[in-house]
Design a protein around this ligand. Structure first.
Ligand SMILES: Nc1ncnc2c1ncn2[C@@H]1O[C@H](COP(=O)(O)OP(=O)(O)OP(=O)(O)O)[C@@H](O)[C@H]1O
Ligand SMILES: [Mg+2]
Length: 142
């Protein structure tokens, strides 16, 4: 998954992938140290077991995605990027509407937005899907 906080990644995963895929996310262990290394290890183990896996983080930049791509390639897995291409103002609104731990500081959303580079086949993805909310917007603006 690729998309800033509030873009709707976890919601999309719940709707489309949760029944068939193991979900890996650094959000699952918010207080652990070396979350990056831990995620790599978990991903590696799941792929070794032959599972289909979805990585539900912002994965905003090519650098962040490279480590996932490397592990997946090592297992000969097919790689799909699902990019939730949602405008910043919408992400900020949705984040602000969340409560408790789910809500992240605005600066975190802005940071991810600055790092955000749409995923491409050149990075190593076999398939890139872009999910836009144009249809929803059009309906709302009547
Ligand atoms: N398609 C949508 N239309 C309207 N609201 C949505 C949509 N998808 C998600 N939301 C709402 O937006 C908020 C953020 O969604 P979600 O938690 O899935 O984002 P996220 O990308 O996983 O964020 P984070 O990176 O912080 O985990 C939630 O309150 C969710 O209900
Ligand atoms: Mg999420």
């Amino acid at each position: 998954m690729v998309g800033v906080q509030g873009a709707g990644k976890t919601t999309w995963v719940a709707e489309h992938l949760q029944r068939t895929h193991a979900v890996v996310s650094k959000d699952h262990w918010p207080n652990a140290r070396r979350r990056e290394a831990r995620q790599r290890r978990v991903l590696d183990e799941l792929l070794r077991e032959g599972r289909d896996v979805v990585v539900d983080n912002t994965n905003a930049s090519p650098r962040e995605r490279a480590s996932i791509i490397e592990v997946a390639r090592r297992h000969g897995a097919r790689l799909r990027a699902v990019f939730l291409d949602v405008p910043l103002d919408v992400c900020l609104e949705r984040n602000a509407a969340r409560t408790g731990r789910a809500r992240v500081p605005t600066v975190g959303v802005l940071d991810a937005w600055k790092r955000l580079v749409p995923p491409t086949a050149e990075e190593g993805f076999d398939r890139v899907d872009v999910i836009r909310m144009d249809a929803v917007r059009a309906a709302l603006s009547g």
